[in-house]
Structures are given as structure tokens and as C-alpha cells.
Design a protein around this ligand. Structure first.
Ligand code: IMP
Length: 427
């Protein structure tokens, strides 16, 4: 037994891909269990930068089998596009396997996601527009298409017809922009999906069976979450969330493994906070202060290119993520981005209507008007990108790290100090 789950502790983009990649050298499998190509990881290996969306970070570790688990939603266009782009750069993708039970993002759901956001009032949630929400909705509605269903044209035709007809019911055909019309053509969609079924056939596996076999043989298996605690469908800032279980429990349900098979849960936390899309974000920085931190951190979406919202570290959020994930340790990322600050505010609690709370308020209306209570930490004001041992960090940087550990109650086992694969301090 050696299951390790890697999760995001904030609103995504904490650097999970890199954290997974760093652990990937001696793991047998890297398994994605939720979400789809709404995720975006940038991993830098030997000076080469790779943007991963649907492919597990394990694709870059030659000894690891990358697995797309049953809880993932797979857009075959995006999957084969990403495989071809990686292979063109010499990355071998032949080890990749996909669960027979993963659901398929059909073209109409991609268009429906975009149309929905517009129809409901421009960018209400601010989704990535990849069809994630509508595909999970079909899954729960029991009208979804699984990877294995693509192998049976009759099933594909029945579901596609049912889904397209029901989705179009909410729209005046005149309202649908020309660019989306082809995605609602039944015959073309069936033909495309059946063709993808044949391409997918050699990759299809029972993800629960192969992962459990590896765990039972004592091999190390990494479960890599997409998105993060605050975007989780049950525990995030609903409705400004993604549509899947992004916390550690999602790894169990999304692959088909039991909790007794897991011995480590690593929460990845950025040394400050970012968020893409709408919804509450108490420590958000606006104006010039926000622009400055965004530039320092290069905070632009890997998937959409959108400028991310940025703000100070929020320990209320980290404490919450620690609790709902049962973290064993934290991987702190991008500490070097804070190198040039004289002082660094860190939220230790909120004031809601004049009352202090160290926890996320029960009612989201209170969370939306929560005012962060900051502790001003001293900055270190020097370049730490070359540091590889904790003892060699400036005292103020060490204090920043130990303050987080004390407040959250979980140890920080790695600290990211730069983009490269080896730019990390392991404790
Ligand atoms: P969806 O996942 O495309 O449905 O988008 C729902 C919300 O989750 C939006 O606010 C997105 O910006 C956010 N989101 C989805 N995936 C990611 C991610 O990988 N990083 C950050 N935000 C994400």
C-alpha cells in the first residue's frame, strides 16, 4: 500500500502539476481522478515548458503509467490534440490508459457550456468553457456517454439524439451563433464520436483494477487532483465552483479505491492566493497592488490565458482545506514570487459584521462580506531562487514558512523557489 493523493488547497493553479512531477520519478502510476481539460498545469523539464490539461503529469515521467480515472470527463478532441502535441516534442504517450467508465465531453456540451454562460448573463460562473459542467450534469442525469459507450454506435446515436434535443429546447434556434451550430448536428456528432471510440479502444482499461493491483503489489501510486478545495462541488464556494469532487475523497470515488489504501495526502498551497472566475475571495488585491503581484507571479491561466485574480495568503482557507482533505503535509509553491516585498500580510481570520472568526463562515453570504484580519510578516527582500536547503533561507522566509505550519497545524514538506523541476527545498 502506498497511495499518495495530491490536492489543491486554494482555488486551483497552486502548482499541483509540478508537485506531482517532482514525486513522479519513483512512482508506478500517476492517476487523474476528477475534472477534465479545464485544468492547466505548466511543468518545466530541462528548460522545456509543457502545458498539460487532460494528460496526467506522469506523462513526463518515463517510468510512470499515466491513468485517466473513471471520475474524469474526457474531451477526445482535446485528448488526441494534446497527445499529438506532446509526441511532436518527443514525449512518449504510449503508456497512457483511460478508464472505460470516464464520461465523454461531446462537442454539444462544449458549445452548451459557452452558450449557457452567455444565456445566463455573461460569465456568471466564469467557467473555462470546456463543457465540464454540462457533461457532469448529463452523467448525474443518466444520459451521459462513457468511453466504453463510444464502441456501440446505437448507444451513441440514442444518447446524442436525446441530449441534443433536450439542450436545444432552452434556445431559440436563431439565438445560436453560427460557430456553434455544427456541434448540434446529430449525424456529424455520432460519426465523430464513433471514430474516436475506435482510436480510444486500445487505451481502455478498468482503472480501479489496475490501480488496486499496483497498490496491492506495494507500488507507489500518485493520485493527482484537478482544481482545488475551494472549487469543490460540495465544499467550495458554490455555485462558483467546478462540477466535480476536487478534494482527497474524490480520488477514492473517482478511481475506485478504498481509504485504507492511502497513506499520504499532500496539499499544494501557493505562498499567496489566486482565483480564476467569479466568486468570493476575501484577500483579493485590486488595482496596482494586484497588477504587481500578478506580474511577479506570471498569473495568467494555462487553459484560458485569462488574467488570474490575485491576493495575499489566506490561512483561513488553508485551515479549511487541511480539515476537509485530512492533509499529512503541505507543498508550498512560488515562495520566491514574494522575494521583493518589505512586508507580507497573511490573513489569520476574518471579521464578519464586527465579529472575529478564525474559520470559514457557515453562511456564504457572510463569507462574501468577510474582511480579512492580517498579520504583517517581515519580508526577506532577497533572491531565494538558488536556495536548496531550508537552513539557507533568510530568517524572514523561514519564519513565513513556520508561521503557516503553526497556524494550519500541518508540516510543510517541500518549498518551491522557482520554475525548474529541481527548484525546490525538500525538508
Ligand atoms: P469549469 O470547471 O470550467 O466548469 O469552471 C468552473 C469554475 O472553476 C470557474 O471559476 C473556473 O475558472 C474554475 N476552474 C476550473 N478549472 C480550474 C483550474 O484548473 N484552475 C483554476 N480555476 C479553475
Amino acid at each position: 500500500m502506498s497511495g499518495i493523493i495530491v490536492v489543491g488547497t486554494q482555488w486551483g493553479d497552486e502548482g499541483k502539476g509540478k508537485a506531482t512531477d517532482q514525486l513522479g520519478g519513483d512512482v508506478a502510476m500517476v492517476v487523474k481522478f476528477n475534472g477534465g481539460n479545464n485544468a492547466g498545469h505548466t511543468v518545466v523539464v530541462d528548460g522545456e515548458s509543457y502545458a498539460l490539461h487532460l494528460l496526467p503529469a506522469g506523462i513526463l515521467s518515463p517510468n510512470a503509467i499515466p491513468v485517466i480515472g473513471a471520475g474524469v470527463v474526457v474531451d477526445p478532441d482535446a485528448l488526441f490534440g494534446e497527445i499529438e502535441a506532446m509526441e511532436a516534442r518527443g514525449v512518449d504517450c504510449s503508456r497512457l490508459v483511460v478508464s472505460a467508465d470516464a464520461h465523454v465531453i461531446a462537442p454539444y456540451n462544449r458549445s452548451f457550456d459557452k452558450l449557457n454562460e452567455v444565456a445566463l448573463g455573461a460569465g456568471l460562473i466564469g467557467t473555462t468553457g470546456r463543457g465540464i459542467g454540462p457533461t457532469y450534469a448529463d452523467k448525474m442525469n443518466r444520459t451521459g456517454l462513457r468511453i466504453q459507450d463510444l464502441l456501440d454506435e446505437d448507444v451513441v446515436r440514442a444518447r446524442v439524439t436525446q441530449n441534443i434535443q433536450s439542450k436545444l429546447r432552452g434556445f431559440d434556434p436563431e439565438e445560436i451563433p453560427a460557430e456553434f451550430k455544427a456541434d448540434f448536428d446529430i449525424d456529424a456528432t455520432v460519426a465523430a464520436l464513433v471514430a474516436y471510440g475506435e482510436r480510444l479502444r486500445p487505451l481502455i482499461v478498468d482503472s480501479s483494477l489496475i490501480v488496486n493491483r499496483a497498490l496491492d503489489a506495494g507500488q507507489k501510486v500518485l493520485f493527482e487532483a484537478g482544481q482545488a478545495a475551494m472549487l469543490d462541488i460540495d465544499h467550495g464556494t458554490y455555485p462558483f465552483v467546478t462540477s466535480s469532487t476536487a478534494i482527497a475523497a474524490g480520488a477514492l470515488a473517482g478511481v475506485g479505491v478504498g481509504p485504507t489504501k492511502i497513506d499520504r495526502v499532500i496539499g499544494v498551497a501557493k505562498a499567496y492566493t489566486t482565483r480564476v472566475g467569479s466568486g468570493p475571495f476575501p484577500t483579493e488585491l485590486h488595482g496596482e497592488a494586484g497588477d504587481h503581484l500578478r506580474e511577479l507571479g506570471g498569473e495568467y491561466g494555462v487553459t484560458t490565458g485569462r488574467a488570474r485574480r490575485v491576493g495575499w495568503l489566506d490561512l483561513v482557507v488553508l485551515r479549511y482545506a487541511n480539515r476537509i482533505n485530512g492533509l499529512t503535509d503541505i507543498a508550498l509553491t512560488k515562495l520566491d514570487v514574494l522575494d521583493s516585498y518589505e512586508t507580507i500580510p497573511v490573513a489569520i481570520g476574518y471579521e464578519v459584521d464586527g465579529v472575529f472568526t478564525p474559520e470559514i463562515p457557515v453562511f456564504q453570504s457572510e463569507f462574501s462580506r468577510a474582511v480579512p484580519v492580517y498579520k504583517e510578516m517581515a519580508g526577506w527582500n532577497e533572491d531565494i531562487t538558488g536556495v536548496r536547503r531550508f537552513e539557507d533561507l533568510p530568517q524572514a522566509a523561514r519564519d513565513y514558512v513556520t508561521f503557516i505550519e503553526d497556524e494550519v497545524g500541518t508540516r510543510i514538506s517541500t518549498i518551491g523557489v522557482g520554475q525548474a523541476r529541481d527548484a525546490a527545498i525538500v525538508r
